[in-house]
Design a protein around this ligand. Structure first.
Ligand code: GLN
Length: 204
């Protein structure tokens, strides 16, 4: 492990792994795909990518990775969940399968596929607290939103949805970061830089 180039894993059971690896490398991290426990043991931080949260939940179980990842998260390893990954970090998940499991790393209730069918996917320019005044181009793909947060959760961004309300779409609690959107599919690497800085701080 090196504080300058921390090793950051991307959970690679399902979802958009390569895009996260590319962004991590471009902000100076060593990026590794994580499929098994030995790979998890070598990382300083972990990204849970977008994909399908119910499928990822099942695969975490099938590959005996649920407990090891949960242990690392509760041990303080920085973790970032994007879209389906956000769902896996929530404490309460609405509109999911009865047999789905998640990590309860952030005190928040999220609703899957919350933006509704008519706007399954959309983009928006959002100011994200902690990333400066320049808006981030955000891409939402069958995304969740955050319905409620606990007192220790920092809200970093909201987006106006077609219901006319602003909904929370980026949060941080301690070493856990989550966004409803996919920064890995744009050229803007600020979310990844912010997360890698969290990892550097936790290893220094
Ligand atoms: N709708 C997906 C889920 O519930 C998330 C979509 C995504 O990650 N792009 O897991």
């Amino acid at each position: 492990m090196s504080a300058d180039a921390p090793t950051v894993g991307v959970l690679a059971l399902q979802g958009d792994v390569a895009e996260h690896v590319r962004h991590l490398e471009s902000v100076g991290a060593r990026a590794v795909a994580v499929r098994r426990r030995s790979e998890l043991d070598g990382v300083d931080g972990l990204i849970l990518p977008g994909g399908e949260s119910t499928a990822m939940s099942r695969l975490l179980d099938v590959y005996d990775m649920y407990e090891p990842v949960a242990e690392r998260i509760s041990g303080g390893m920085p973790v970032y969940g994007s879209c389906a990954g956000m769902i896996l970090l929530a404490s309460v998940v609405l509109d999911t399968r009865a047999d789905a499991t998640w990590f309860s790393a952030i005190d928040m209730t999220v609703r899957r596929n919350a933006f509704g069918r008519q706007v399954d996917s959309f983009e928006a320019d959002l100011v994200v607290d902690a990333l400066g005044a320049d808006p981030v181009r955000t891409v939402f793909i069958r995304a969740p939103w955050v319905e409620t947060v606990g007192p220790d959760v920092e809200v970093l961004a909201r987006v106006r949805a077609s219901d006319g309300h602003d909904h929370v779409v980026a949060v941080r609690q301690g070493n856990a970061l989550a966004t409803s959107f996919h920064p890995e599919v744009t050229d803007d690497v600020r979310v990844h830089r912010y997360f890698v800085d969290m990892v550097r701080q936790s290893t220094s």
